[in-house]
Design a protein around this ligand. Structure first.
Ligand SMILES: NC(=O)C1=CN([C@@H]2O[C@H](COP(=O)(O)OP(=O)(O)OC[C@H]3O[C@@H](n4cnc5c(N)ncnc54)[C@H](OP(=O)(O)O)[C@@H]3O)[C@@H](O)[C@H]2O)C=CC1
Ligand SMILES: N[C@@H](CC=O)C(=O)O
Length: 513
């Protein structure tokens, strides 16, 4: 069915007159009296809908006529109002009508629902496939855009809010700006970065930021606050919203719930949410489900490597995963691969990992083992295990005295770790190297698995011993694969690979939007 631009009609400033009562549906003459009363009052009537469930009629009029329409119907039906047969006559103002021709109304309605648009009135002429829907004026532009992209196959605009523009966030914005034209051409998806935030402020650009985005963030005056973001999306009636969390913030994740309730899908490189107590973890999934929203976080484990998806698919398809182990941290891979081979101080190599953008914003998250522990817990929960962070046995590499000092002080005192790690290195068996590993094992059919995170010494010739650079390695043991695990190996950290992984999640969501 071909549609053309003339077939979309858009009328603002309308009101719905609601006429409700018990048991008058089907009674001969009621509709006629309604129209006659309105005609005599010289009120032109638009879309009409009869609701069996509510026992009522909804009639569309121009908002200038709404008061008059209510008054004249109240007069006409005075006896029925007195007897209780007609219970309510009132108006809903500030609505708009969009009329169009479409083959697949269900698809349009589901797109609208995913964007939190639920028409107040819908009227369909099935022979002509002409549909009129009435929505509140605060959602009319968004509704029109969604309908236009659906029926005219116009590029679907996806609005991105990027929270955090450090190593990963900044690289992601650059990658999106660089590829957006190509994606529009190949996928008919128009990715627009409309909000960028750091911990202090948030910048908005409804038309979409270009290469000057960082100047606009620098000049922004609004303080970084999720309510600002939600209001901005509502005021500008933005459809297809995705918020991307590229922070490591424990505070920002508290907003996920509200964002999902307000029409945002979520993408996150931040691992904090998925390692909160299981109650919180489940509550968000419930909210996402209820609001038809999704949350993707492929980069939470293995940066750009396709790990979470693989585990999810194996598990969903009924494959029994019996163990997952390996080097989960790109940072600690880099640190111990280099420290084992080179003659440099431990602190020198940690500083290198920091400069290369492999570490967490606070490198103690890596060195304490917490980051690896989070990754292990995230994988465990993908297998429906209900482990908590406190269940994990973690070998912390940071001296107790340096755990609670500021990040700056910690970095300035990093050399205090050198002697200890030199000793550990020297005390190994010949031809052995150090590796920091994670291991999810035990009976994974039970409610909880066993999670261990520790520093080990392995033969330099072993698979772990041969690891290079900042590579991570994950060995996934399953019942069908037996003794030979599925092995996923590659860059486990770095802004470029991580941003690329986040970008992948954005595209996955955009394509199903
Ligand atoms: N680096 C890597 O290889 C990988 C990183 N990740 C994850 O990516 C995330 C980002 O890492 P990275 O880019 O290196 O971190 P950075 O420290 O470079 O950047 C963090 C950004 O988040 C902002 N931010 C912090 N708190 C908030 C807040 N409450 N609200 C809004 N913005 C905030 C910071 O703003 P400000 O400057 O104002 O503090 C900054 O812009 C982390 O969660 C990390 O675990 C995941 C996989 C791999
Ligand atoms: N610091 C982390 C970054 C990715 O999650 C790591 O090194 O693995």
């Amino acid at each position: 069915m071909k549609a053309n631009a003339n077939e979309i009609k858009f009328f603002k400033n309308r009101s719905i007159i609601k006429f409700e009562g018990a048991d008058f549906l089907g009674e001969i003459g009621i509709d006629g009296r309604v129209f006659k009363a309105l005609t005599l009052a010289r009120i032109s009537v638009g879309v009409i809908s009869q609701q069996a469930v509510e026992n009522g009629l909804s009639i569309l009029v121009h908002e200038d006529d709404s008061e008059k329409a209510v008054t004249c119907l109240i007069e006409e039906f005075a006896p029925e109002r007195k007897s209780g047969k007609v219970s309510q006559i009132y108006s809903i103002n500030n609505v708009s009508v969009i009329g169009f021709v479409a083959d697949d109304l269900n698809k349009i309605l589901s797109e609208l629902a995913r964007n939190n648009v639920f028409p107040l009135l819908l009227n369909q002429n099935s022979s002509e496939k002409r549909i009129n829907i009435v929505v509140t004026s605060s959602q009319d532009e968004k509704t029109k855009n969604i309908i236009e992209s659906e029926i005219f196959k116009k590029p679907k605009t996806v609005h991105l809010a990027i929270i955090g523009h450090g190593n990963v966030g900044k690289t992601l914005i650059e990658q999106v700006l660089h590829s957006s034209e190509e994606i529009k051409r190949r996928k008919n998806i128009h990715l627009k970065v409309v909000a960028v935030a750091n911990s202090r402020k948030i910048a908005f650009n409804k038309k979409g930021f270009d290469n000057t985005w960082s100047d606009e963030v620098f000049a922004a005056e609004k303080s970084s606050n999720v309510d600002e973001l939600i209001n901005f999306s509502k005021e500008n009636q933005l459809e297809n919203l995705i918020v991307v969390d590229n922070t490591a913030s424990v505070d920002f994740v508290k907003n996920y719930q509200a964002l999902a309730e307000n029409g945002f899908d979520l993408v996150s490189s931040n691992k904090i949410f998925n390692t909160l107590p299981i109650e919180e973890y489940r509550k968000l999934r419930y909210t996402l489900n209820k609001n038809n929203k999704r949350y993707l976080y492929e980069t939470n484990v293995g940066a750009g490597l396709p790990l979470i998806d693989t585990i999810k698919l194996l598990h969903l398809s009924g494959e029994n995963i019996t163990r997952i182990k390996g080097v989960f941290s790109g940072t600690l891979s880099y640190v111990f691969n280099n420290f084992s081979l080179r003659d440099d101080k431990f602190s020198t190599i940690v500083n290198e990992a920091l400069e290369k953008g492999f570490t967490e914003p606070d490198p103690r998250e890596d060195l304490s083992g917490n980051d690896v522990a989070r990754k292990l817990l995230i994988l465990a929960r993908e297998l429906d295990l209900i482990n908590e962070f406190s269940d994990i046995n973690i070998q912390n590499l940071v001296p107790e005295a340096l755990l609670s000092v500021s990040k700056q002080e910690f970095l300035s005192r990093l050399e205090e770790l050198d002697e200890e790690y030199d000793k550990i290195k020297k005390n190994q068996e010949p031809n052995h190297v150090l590796r920091y590993v994670g291991d999810l094992h035990g009976d994974l059919q039970k409610e909880k698995g066993e999670l261990d995170v520790k520093l080990i010494s392995v033969p330099a010739t072993s698979a772990l011993g041969q690891l290079k650079g900042s590579d991570s390695i994950f060995e996934i043991y399953t019942e069908s694969y037996g003794e030979n695990p599925i092995v996923i190996m590659g860059a486990g950290a770095g802004a470029k690979v991580t941003a690329r992984g986040v970008f992948g999640d954005i595209l996955r969501l955009s394509e199903t939007k």
